[in-house]
Design a protein around this ligand. Structure first.
Ligand code: ADP
Ligand code: MG
Length: 261
């Protein structure tokens, strides 16, 4: 078991992530966005809006464990997946990308929305353009033209683009390999959000092309057998699973008890 798994298990035991934190913030969407003035970034990116929140600390623990993987030589290209939809892949990818970009040595982080079926990363980050991964892979646009600087320092986004009819084939193409080689040379970390592994093959395909796969598991929902099946599929696809992230853990004590600041 990887360090991320252990740390998150520990977090789960300590019951330090709270289910209603993100949803509460989501409900306040309009209010928060208006208060933020110029920023178009969604409040779901809690690590950006609330650096002192307990859940932000959890993402920082995830960052620490991620950075210490492989004796402090963490994977450079990483795919994030899960067994099913709505387990928290996108929110995990976003927040991990933000906390990585905020590391002291300011690494250049690229976040790719590899979910060319339902991806909405652009919306979360306030990037309202269509050119993205699909256009790059179909040769309609250059890599450079599909990269968008978001409001968060050192964080660049490539959105999914217009949803194509053949996402699995596009991800399996040589163009995808070329893209990964190119961005791996230009960025310190490349995180790729993907669709769930049980329903479609996409994340297995991408997972085999990157250095590591992080698996998100929603506590209290995803059954053991399903997680096991997902792991099997990733293994069959020759993916290197480097860790697990448990989402949806509830606090049993009020948040202030856990706060140090
Ligand atoms: N750590 C978390 N704790 C509680 N809820 C979460 C967490 N991460 C994500 N969510 C919520 O789960 C829902 C699905 O998240 P999303 O990242 O879009 O899932 P996926 O990409 O796996 O389909 C969102 O409403 C989000 O706010
Ligand atoms: Mg998603």
């Amino acid at each position: 078991m990887g360090k991320i798994t252990n740390a998150l298990k520990k977090a789960a035991e300590e019951r330090v992530q709270r289910i209603d934190k993100i949803s509460k913030i989501k409900e306040m969407d309009k209010l928060v966005v208006q208060k933020m003035g110029e920023s178009n970034v969604s409040p779901n990116v809690i690590t950006y809006f609330d650096p002192k929140a307990l859940i932000t600390e959890q993402y920082k623990i995830l960052r620490t464990n991620f950075l210490s993987l492989n004796k402090n030589k963490p994977p450079k290209t990483v795919a994030i997946t899960s067994s099913l939809h709505s387990e928290g892949k996108t929110v995990t990818s976003l927040n991990l990308a933000v906390v990585l970009a905020q590391s002291v040595n300011k690494p250049k982080v690229l976040l790719i929305d590899g979910d060319m079926r339902r991806g909405k990363m652009g919306k979360y980050l306030g990037v309202d353009r269509t050119a993205g991964l699909a256009e790059v892979l179909t040769g309609q646009c250059s890599i450079k033209d599909a990269l968008f600087q978001v409001d968060i320092e050192n964080l660049t986004l490539m959105s999914s683009g217009e949803f194509p009819e053949n996402p699995a084939e596009l991800l399996a193409s040589d163009e995808m390999k070329k893209l990964l080689n190119r961005v791996a040379a230009d960025f310190d970390f490349v995180l790729i959000d993907t669709p769930p592994i049980i329903s479609v093959t996409d994340s297995g395909t991408v997972g085999a092309m990157v250095d590591g796969v992080v698996m998100v598991v929603q506590a209290g929902r995803t059954q053991r057998g399903i997680v096991r099946r997902a792991e099997e599929l990733l293994h069959q696809a020759h993916c290197n699973v480097v860790g697990h992230v448990l989402t949806n853990i509830e606090y049993h004590l009020p948040e202030y008890i856990y706060r140090y600041l």
